[in-house]
Design a binder for this molecule. Structure first.
Ligand code: 1PR
Length: 527
């Protein structure tokens, strides 16, 4: 029996699913006695150090946790569950950690995108049972803006390179903690958890020192989901956002099945977009929540869900906050949520007033779950102009001339699935959303969506230059070369595609095979 500490923020569902996939039972801590009587304790943390520690203090879990750690029984901390073991964190300087290890948690101060999101390698510094059966050159899933700096070097189990060499796992006797998420690291991560849960006696002698680990570019499969006219939830796909063919919603398969297929093929992440979420209240959309629950039981890579994350008043006048909607998605197995229409309205307000209210969905969800859990999905369209002075927007000079030979354009933000254009450009939107606490940009492009004509490189460069957070390039992939092009002509960290994967025109494995040795990627199944 594994005892799991859930302090109420973030996706513990995926850790529970990963442990249960190994045939183990999980007991979630509901009071102090559960901590004290645990035989093996797993502490998955996501979100914000300050709010995590405040909850642990409020629930009076701090002293029992310290007692548990001092008792020498097995402990596995994940991400923030590792940070908690240290004295202080720059994320919340006034809040004390558990101080089991002397040292502190620092924020990345590097020239690369922060958060550090994606699959990176590890340098194994000392032998550990945790690595039984691994080669040592596999990649694991990271998502964080802070890293630990222990005072005692002997506890360092692995390091990883990202702008600098940071400590990515620690171990002392039976206390192990990783910055990476084993529950989101596919078959490799599951092996790591298995080694913790069902250790064999022999200590592996594996010590693997790479020259320098490298963050992989991610390949993401996107599933646009909605109900069709018969009321079934289906994966659909539009051409420039029009998902109807001969009047019917295109049906390209069942969401859970397709997600399972992409996981097996080596997708680094899976994104669900509930594309009618802006008009159908997501908390009443039980099938969508079920899709997430079922997917997270069998898919052990990060899951993002978007659609309808905004404040909502139901027919009885009851108000639901965007934070509540997001919480329901996280509880059902999402690792990140993605905000579309609401982000545009929030950014418009910000541009008007210049003020952060602390009340927007982006700020609130980021505060509770951490910036890395908040993706902003942008649905822009090109608008051509003859000269940059014609509009007050961020205009670019373009190689792709407009219908009247124009050589300038701006990217107009839209809401409600592209149905309504707004007086805001995509570059400004991305910049403002980063300021408000978004951790990643999902950059679609209505002009390219479903066209197989390649990513809009000019759009991606314009947005990427305006932010320091990672950008997911989306819309237009038609062949493997398009992925190479987007990774070599832009600094995008990830490339997302939908149509070519759903229609089996190109597989994820084929994309990775083509990119291998040209671009840093995680090989399918880590082999
Ligand atoms: O506004 O917060 O409710 O979120 C709604 C979400 O649903 C947004 O993220 C928006 O992008 C998405 N959405 C709404 N309507 C559509 C539609 O297609 N009618 N889908 C839609 C957006 C675009 C991509 C697509 C890529 C790759 N889909 O996600 O997967 O363009 O396609 P390709 O590789 O086939 O070219 P809110």
């Amino acid at each position: 029996m594994i005892t799991l500490l859930d302090y109420g923020a973030g996706n513990v569902r995926s850790v529970i699913n990963a442990i249960q996939s190994l045939g183990e039972r999980v007991k979630v801590v509901s009071d102090i006695a559960d901590i004290l009587s645990a035989e093996k304790l797993v502490f998955p943390g996501v979100g914000n150090f300050g709010s995590m520690m405040r909850i642990l203090y409020q629930k009076n879990y701090v002293d029992p946790l310290k007692d548990y750690l001092n008792s020498g029984r097995p402990f596995f901390g994940i991400c923030l569950g590792m940070h908690a073991l240290f004295e202080k964190s720059e994320e919340a300087p006034d809040t004390d950690g558990l101080a089991f290890f002397p040292g502190r948690v620092k924020k990345f101060d590097i020239d690369l995108s922060v958060p550090h999101i994606g699959w990176n390698g590890i340098n194994i510094k000392k032998p550990s049972r945790i690595f039984n059966g691994l080669r040592g050159d596999e990649k694991f899933y990271f998502v964080h803006s802070f890293y630990v700096e222990p005072e005692d070097d002997s506890v360092i189990l692995t390091t990883t390179n990202y702008g600098l060499e940071f400590v990515s796992a620690i171990q002392k006797n039976h206390i192990t903690a990783t910055q990476y998420h084993p529950e989101k690291s596919g078959a490799t991560g599951i092996k790591l958890l298995k080694n913790f849960i069902q250790p064999i006696r022999k200590e592996t002698a594996l010590v693997h020192l790479s020259q320098k680990t490298r963050l992989a570019k991610r390949i993401i499969a996107c599933l646009d989901v909605r109900s069709n006219d018969q009321g079934e939830l289906v994966v659909t796909k539009g051409d420039q956002y029009d998902v109807r063919e001969n009047g019917n919603v295109r049906n390209l398969g069942k969401p859970v099945e397709l997600a399972g297929r992409y996981y097996k093929e080596g997708a680094d992440e899976i994104t669900f977009l509930n594309i009618t979420g802006f008009r159908d209240f997501p908390l009443e959309d039980i099938p969508m929540l079920d899709v997430l629950k079922q997917t997270s039981e069998r898919v052990f890579v990060p899951l993002t869900i978007g659609g309808g994350i905004q404040n909502y008043i139901d027919k009885d006048g009851k108000t639901y906050t965007a934070l509540e909607v997001a919480a329901a998605y996280f509880r059902s197995g999402a690792d990140k949520i993605s905000i579309g229409s609401d982000a545009v309205l929030i950014a418009e307000d910000f541009v008007k007033t210049g003020k952060m209210t602390g009340k927007s969905s982006i700020e609130q969800i980021s505060e509770v779950y951490g910036a890395q859990a908040v993706v902003v999905s942008i649905d822009p369209k090109r608008v051509y102009v003859s000269s940059p002075d014609e509009v007050h927007h961020q205009v670019i000079k373009t190689q792709i001339k407009g219908p009247n030979g124009e050589t300038y354009c701006w990217y107009q933000c839209t809401i409600k699935g592209g149905r309504e254009g707004r007086d805001l450009d995509a570059v400004t939107l991305a910049h403002v959303c980063e300021k408000l606490g978004a951790g990643e940009i999902l950059l679609n492009c209505i002009d390219r969506d479903g066209t197989h004509s390649g990513y809009d490189i000019e759009l991606i460069n314009a947005v990427k230059n305006a932010v320091t957070i990672p950008v997911i390039a989306s819309s237009g992939a038609g062949c493997v070369e398009h992925f190479y092009e987007v990774f070599t002509k832009t600094q995008a960290e990830s490339a997302l595609a939908a149509g070519i994967f759903h229609k089996k025109e190109v597989s994820i494995a084929a994309v990775k095979k083509y990119l291998k040795e040209k671009v840093e990627i995680r090989l399918a199944n880590n082999d």
